[in-house]
Design a protein around this ligand. Structure first.
Ligand code: IPM
Ligand code: MG
Length: 367
């Protein structure tokens, strides 16, 4: 019986994880699978209950599970806490504790949704980009970091962007492996015209590339990549990049798909994978049953595929999401034209319904 650790976290995290569980139960029913769910605390709600954004019990829970499904962390309530107690420290801590150095963020435009993108339909139609973000290195974790009072008055604050050969090698290898199974193109994104850590990144990526002659490697500076993503996103297959650049570019790539509420992610590399939507805790709409649960539902599909090897079941979720969209159902964030706006829980019910029916994409009834 696969054991899934649930870390709903803060804000809309709780609502969207609830819908993903609904979907996993529907999949379980259809394919005769029994999932065991166990819930743990992370982020601000963990801080409120235990004075730590990542209680040791949560780490143990995750290490003892087959996979982890996480909602989101953060909110204004905890904004004034010191860095190491903030909800975000819980998320960074669990990524590090589980050794999740590879973050996969697929940005794909669903057929029913090209109209929801802020870009022209002809620019975004058919895009299918995978951002592979290095997740446990770079400026997020580099030492030294801190603050010092200056004798001359004022304060200095600093972070360190650091990469080792080994950290770049393992993520580059994964990117080439995955690209070889997709369209065979990797764009490695850095700032090698300015940053020393990016120059090492480039060198190592080139070395690793020699072992993958069938994959085409392009190198791009991050500022140019930010521009190319809106100018001509169709040129990208796999984007391989550092922790900080990947954080920024994946939000941008998400928006091409219509909403941040559509983008799932998988964090891999350790013994247990972690799956979470790319969006945050959206405190402004938390508790209102308005959030889009599809990114978390699609993260659950990635969980089935990457951690449990359940490919058919993962596909069933993706097909059901596509069917719900093609039938015209939308949460507020992706509402456009003559669609039917539904709540978080209604969207969960609809997708679960399409899973039960075994719907094929494109075969769902129109509204
Ligand atoms: C993300 C988020 C996190 C990050 C925050 C919440 C710490 O923005 O997963 O993209 O910066 O990695
Ligand atoms: Mg982010």
């Amino acid at each position: 019986m696969p054991k899934i650790a649930l870390l709903p976290g803060d804000g809309i995290g709780k609502e969207v994880v609830r819908e993903a569980v609904k979907i996993l139960l529907a999949v379980g029913k259809r394919y005769n699978l029994d999932f065991v769910f166990e819930e743990g605390l992370i982020g601000g709600s963990a801080y409120d209950a235990t004075s730590s954004p990542l209680p040791p019990k949560t780490i143990d829970l995750c290490l003892g599970a087959d996979a982890v499904l996480l909602g989101a962390v953060g909110g204004p309530k905890w904004d004034d806490l010191p860095g190491n107690l903030r909800p975000e420290a819980g998320l960074l801590g669990i990524r590090k504790a589980l050794g999740l150095y590879a973050n996969l963020r697929p940005a794909r435009v669903f057929p029913g949704l090209t109209g929801a993108s802020p870009l022209k339909e002809k620019v975004v139609s058919g895009i299918d980009i995978l951002v592979i973000r290095e997740l446990t290195g770079g400026i997020y974790f580099g030492e030294p970091r801190g603050r010092e009072k200056l004798v001359s008055g004022g304060t200095k604050a600093y972070d360190t962007m650091v990469y080792t050969t080994e950290e770049v090698r393992r993520i580059a290898e994964l990117a080439f492996e995955i690209a070889a199974k997709r369209c065979g193109r990797v764009t490695s994104v850095d700032k090698a015209n300015v940053l020393e850590s990016s120059r090492l990144w480039r060198e190592v990526v080139r070395q690793v590339h020699q072992r993958y002659p069938d994959v085409v490697l392009t190198e791009m500076y991050v500022d140019n990549c930010a521009m190319q993503l809106v100018r001509d996103p169709g040129q990208f297959d796999v984007i391989l990049t550092t922790n900080l650049f990947g954080d920024i570019l994946s939000d941008e790539a998400a928006m091409l798909t219509g909403s941040l509420g559509m983008l799932p992610s998988a964090s891999l590399g350790g013994s247990v994978g972690l799956y979470e939507p790319v969006h945050g805790s959206a405190p402004d709409i938390a508790g209102e049953n308005k959030a889009n649960p599809l990114a978390t539902i699609l993260s659950a599909a990635m969980l089935l595929r990457y951690s449990l090897g359940l490919h058919q079941e993962a596909q069933a979720i993706e097909d059901a999401v596509e069917a719900a969209l093609l039938a015209g159902y939308r949460t507020l964030d992706i509402a456009a034209g003559s669609c039917q706006v539904v709540s978080t829980s209604q969207m969960g019910d609809l997708v679960a319904g399409f899973i039960r029916q075994g719907s094929q994409p494109g075969k769902a009834g129109a509204l």
